[in-house]
Design a protein around this ligand. Structure first.
Ligand code: GDP
Length: 197
């Protein structure tokens, strides 16, 4: 899929204030600093469409971007901000839960995983929760350029093997680098294939 247009539409902190209509939504989520903004900017070919996590006030917002006038790319708040305090953590959790569980238009949730790290409890727990709630999702391993291919493959395999202990079927997954634009075509083609099905 080619991206011919990408427009910021609205930021808000409530799932029920998201855009009306029936366009499919593809949402992106992950731990703070996982590389979500960089990935969104890479996918849409915009250097500053998604604001980085250092932008003040950004953490509590759901951001909708209209792509090719036919689907929304949704930037969700990052999870796992331990340093933000309990109250903010609760607020973030509520926003995520409402959006993920109640937003009928959400077609696939892309869960970002840092390809440099061994499987992290917080990511595994989040994925388990998605499974319990039958939420459609795919995995995106980020920052693949930060180490050699062998190391990336090892980390990805470790992650998938951990999931295999609980899941009969593995989700779709993508290995990406915002820096090198790796995986861009694969993620966009995956979205395209769901949109056409
Ligand atoms: P967010 O908090 O998940 O939105 O993460 P950001 O996109 O702001 O990225 C966090 C940091 O990781 C920034 O310093 C980025 O430049 C860096 N980063 C993100 N993606 C990549 C990548 O694919 N390769 C490299 N080398 N650095 C990345």
């Amino acid at each position: 899929m080619e991206i011919t247009s990408a427009k910021f539409v609205i930021s808000n902190s409530r799932a029920d204030m998201c855009p009306e209509g029936n366009l499919p939504e593809y949402a992106f989520i992950g731990r703070s600093n996982v590389g979500k903004s960089s990935l969104i900017n890479m996918l849409t070919n915009h250097s500053k469409l998604a604001m980085t996590s250092s932008t003040p006030g950004k953490t509590l917002l759901i951001n909708h971007f209209l792509i090719n006038n036919s689907w929304y790319l949704v930037d969700l708040p990052g999870y796992g901000y331990a340093q933000r305090g309990k109250k903010v953590m609760e607020q973030i959790k509520n926003i995520i839960q409402h959006y993920v569980l109640e937003r009928m238009q959400m077609t696939c949730l892309f869960v970002l995983i840092d390809s440099r790290l061994e499987p992290q409890k917080i990511d595994l727990e989040f994925i388990e929760w998605l499974g319990e709630n039958s939420v459609p999702f795919a995995l995106v391993f980020t920052k693949a350029d930060k180490q050699n291919i062998v190391k990336t493959q090892q980390n990805v395999e470790r992650f998938l093997n951990t999931l295999k202990e609980q899941w009969e079927e593995l989700p779709a997954y993508f290995i990406t680098s915002a820096e090198k634009k790796t995986g861009r075509k694969e993620v966009l083609d995956y979205i395209d294939s769901i949109n056409k099905s």
